[in-house]
Design a protein around this ligand. Structure first.
Ligand code: ZN
Length: 257
């Protein structure tokens, strides 16, 4: 019987050596190094909802644990690009959530209006969260995948490309109402969902309910006044927290533990 020769051994070893070399982490925007711990939901939101508690609680379908300032990925952004998102969008997003009650100019039973809110920045801010959730390999965000739009969204949030180049994007921002629970003190991670047959990403963010529809099919005309990225005034509907899928999902996860 023919015995295997030793001629392949050095080659095998060199291959193993090649395989064991770690892939360098570079910034997905600029290609720079080093990368830093970039939070997917900006850590300022962790601070905001932590304001009245010693820690935040992280609830996922797998486990409940204490967390400080949320989930990060150390392989997506360098400090400069992470700061760009922080300075251009995250700070504004946090101030809008924090100051909702004082900024809200008009309010009635079903809707609110925030005069003076910059709809362009708000729309880019939500896109920047979806982009971070899309490029990360973290399992918690596996349902978020911008696919063919990922590169275009990067151009919009980093390079000032107009939102008008992305008509598939239709952003609705409702405001939670609840008599028993402070929705301002919670956020949820973006998940892929359906909104009346449209492809959508949903998440709760410090009192707001974000529905970012990304679909070639446009929403019915009745939604037009509330599409943040297609209006100059920011308007939204109220949503009873206990009636939403986000709340039902949260309850279901808590029950499982
Ligand atoms: Zn960079």
């Amino acid at each position: 019987m023919r015995q295997p020769t030793g001629s392949n051994v050095p080659e095998d070893r060199s291959m193993k050596k090649m395989i064991s070399i770690p892939v360098p982490k570079v910034c997905l925007r600029c290609g720079g190094v080093p990368t830093i711990r970039a939070h997917i939901i900006p850590k300022a939101f962790g601070r905001l909802i932590k304001a009245r508690s010693s820690h935040n609680i992280n609830i996922t379908s797998h486990k409940i644990k204490e967390t400080q300032l949320g989930i990060y990925d150390d392989g997506i952004l360098c400090a400069r690009c992470d700061n760009t998102l922080g300075n251009q969008y995250d700070e504004y997003g946090v101030s809008l959530c924090r100051e909702f009650n004082t900024m809200c100019a008009k309010i009635n039973e079903i809707s609110y209006t925030i005069n003076g809110a910059d709809c362009d920045i708000v729309s880019r801010f939500v896109l920047s969260i979806l982009w971070r959730a899309s490029v990360t390999k973290r399992a918690e965000f596996e349902s978020v995948n911008l696919g063919v739009y990922e590169h275009m969204v990067m151009d919009i949030i980093f390079n000032g490309v107009s939102l008008a180049t992305f008509p598939e994007y239709q952003l609705l921002i409702s405001r939670f109402r609840s008599e028993k629970i402070s929705a301002e003190l919670m956020y949820s991670l973006p998940i892929r969902a359906r909104f009346g047959g449209h492809n959508c990403y949903n998440f709760a963010l410090a009192g707001f309910r974000i529905a970012a529809i990304i679909d070639r099919q446009q929403l019915p005309d009745s939604f037009r006044p509330f599409i943040v990225n297609k209006n100059s005034a920011m308007k939204g509907l109220f949503a009873k927290l206990e009636d939403t899928n986000e709340f039902r999902g949260l309850l279901e996860m808590v029950r499982r533990h």
